[in-house]
Design a protein around this ligand. Structure first.
Ligand code: 5HY
Length: 288
């Protein structure tokens, strides 16, 4: 069941605007958009957890960096965990991510962002999607490698650190990663804990001072609105993966590039699936 929460105050004046929490469906578009409906490519930004407040924050941050005409639709699955803080959560978030990609294919989406720092279901999503699919951890780490010789990640819980190191390995960027730090604020308390910003700032400062990181990555999509203020505060680039992935996907679309249909990301061979997952057997047919 999507949750609605009270937004924590912005880090400092001028930080990214806080979207209105509450009465929206699980997909968000920009009410403040000028009347001319953008007609450009549609980027589906998938928040793999079911927190509506986080989906709206993610959507607002993605729209802030999307180019004119690009349509950004932020969605969260109707099934799955309220937040992702363990391997169990991550594993059970993947069917919802894939259902949202299948819906995007039916809706003509040109590309996708997987807006959770574990990049859950990234490879499987690429087998389903025609257009580019980018995970926020992947995007943040690659962007960091273009801006400095080292980076550190500030994530939520200590138990998420192992997964982050795995991804640094997977993306071939472990040598640049100086540290993965935890602010020990659970994902859903990022919205409500009045001390959340201070705890995140403390870890970001330690990443620069102790890890000597030249770039800092925000290790949770729920921190997306903090990057501008933290960059100003710390004097080094602080990267939010939601924004980085959105512009990366948009750039790949503009280059006319798609996910390779050959080899590992070729469409999965349809086969019967049983039980709760029966509808996933024919990936081209999203469930109603
Ligand atoms: C995220 N979890 O970005 C990750 C962060 C984490 O629900 N959205 C989540 O702690 O792994």
């Amino acid at each position: 069941m999507p949750t609605t929460q009270v937004r924590r105050p912005a880090l400092t004046p001028g930080a990214a605007p806080a979207p209105e929490a509450g009465a929206r469906s699980a997909a968000t578009t920009d009410p403040a958009a000028p009347s001319a409906t953008p007609t450009g490519p549609l980027i589906r930004v998938i928040n793999p957890n079911t927190s509506r407040a986080m989906t709206e924050l993610i959507g607002a941050c993605a729209r802030q960096v999307a180019g004119p005409g690009t349509r950004v639709e932020a969605v969260s699955p109707s099934m799955g965990p309220a937040s992702i803080e363990s391997h169990y959560d991550e594993a059970l978030a993947v069917p919802g991510v894939l259902a949202e990609v299948a819906r995007g294919e039916a809706a003509g989406a040109a590309g996708y962002v997987i807006a959770c720092f574990g990049d859950p279901g990234l490879d499987a999503a690429r087998e389903l999607a025609r257009g580019p699919v980018v995970g926020i951890a992947e995007a943040a780490m690659h962007a960091a490698s273009l801006l400095g010789r080292s980076f550190s990640v500030v994530t939520t819980l200590a138990r998420s650190r192992g997964r982050t190191w795995d991804l640094a390995d997977r993306y071939g960027l472990r040598a640049l990663c100086r540290g993965v730090r935890a602010c020990e604020v659970p994902v859903l308390e990022l919205e409500t804990d009045p001390l959340a910003n201070a705890k995140i700032l403390t870890e970001c400062r330690a990443a620069v001072a102790d890890d000597e990181a030249e770039v800092v990555l925000l290790g949770c999509a729920g921190m997306a609105d903090l990057c501008q203020a933290l960059t100003a505060e710390l004097g080094v680039p602080v990267i939010d993966g939601v924004a980085a992935a959105t512009v990366l996907v948009e750039g790949l679309i503009r280059l006319g590039l798609i996910t390779s249909p050959r080899g590992e990301y070729a469409p999965p061979p349809p086969k019967p699936y049983a039980g709760l997952l029966a509808r996933f057997g024919a990936p081209t047919q999203p469930s109603p």
